[in-house]
Design a protein around this ligand. Structure first.
Ligand code: ADP
Ligand code: TMP
Ligand code: ASP
Length: 224
């Protein structure tokens, strides 16, 4: 995405692109219609979460590719929540993909491409001043609540929310607020019946039909 300032210091425009990267930018392609599909999915999910009482940055849809969002002072951490083992968790701990994680597993990663987004814990965040304990507590509570709401929403659409990454920032009122995007670029989503991958892993693993899969997700949840 690109983020643009507006005349109102409290608001930004987020523009969703078709650019797709993986492996910290090591792989880059333009996937036609991906930007507008992710914008639809992210806006739909942010609205569902707002109705459930989650403070989100979404303000308004401006065009197929653009949304108006609240300006946040971003906390440089990625909150990952996993319902099923996949990806870096399997590589790091040698666990089988598909292992069900109960309760869902919460992990923190430092948002730093040069360091390849290393796994960190709350003590790192506090000692290095990335977030306060109160902010971390709020991020964790919000991540679990978001996971509960979205797991149910995807399940009702015949989909499995395997894992997801959420980013938070501080809004102008000083509250922790959900920012960035929620899309198949930032989540793993499988077909509940066939376990077929429908998210960005299709791009990472050269499986093809990337945007087509994102559109399947969008249609099934009613975002398209
Ligand atoms: P990333 O850098 O995570 O790969 P993008 O290229 O889409 O993602 O860049 C979007 C940037 O804008 C990220 O650094 C993200 O943390 C930041 N961001 C997202 N939402 C907001 C917001 N509401 N206010 C300020 N910054 C934001
Ligand atoms: P991981 O298994 O690679 O750690 O990814 C966990 C989840 O976080 C997965 O849904 C993809 C998402 N994610 C991002 O959105 N951005 C990133 O930079 C990384 C590493 C993961
Ligand atoms: N690290 C992220 C991914 O692999 C995104 C990126 O590399 O730009 O999904």
């Amino acid at each position: 995405k690109s983020m643009f300032c507006t005349d109102d210091g409290g608001l930004l425009i987020a523009e969703f692109h078709d650019d797709t990267t993986a492996f910290d930018g090591g792989k880059h392609e333009l996937l036609k219609n991906k930007g507008r599909t992710n914008n639809r999915i992210s806006t739909f999910l942010m609205n569902v979460l707002a109705a459930e009482g989650i403070n989100t940055h979404f303000v308004d849809t401006l065009s197929e590719h653009e949304v108006l969002v609240k300006y946040l002072t971003m906390i440089p951490l990625e909150c990952v929540i996993r319902n099923i083992a996949a990806g870096s968790l399997c590589r790091r701990l040698g666990v089988e993909e598909h292992l069900e994680l109960k309760p869902a597993l919460f992990e923190l990663f430092l948002k730093n491409d040069d360091l390849h987004d290393p796994l960190v814990n709350e003590n790192h965040a506090i000692s290095f001043g990335w977030a306060t304990q109160a902010q971390l507590d709020a991020m964790k509570v919000m991540t679990f609540k978001i996971n509960e709401v979205l797991s149910k929403l995807f399940s009702d659409a015949g989909l499995l929310l395997v894992d997801a990454k959420y980013e938070f920032g501080i809004d102008t009122d000083g509250n922790v607020c959900l920012g960035d995007e929620i899309s198949p670029d930032s989540c793993r989503i499988w077909d509940a019946e066939t376990q077929e991958t429908l998210d960005k892993d299709r791009f990472r693993k050269d499986m093809g039909d990337v945007v087509e899969s994102y559109e399947i997700i969008a249609r099934r949840i009613g975002a398209l």
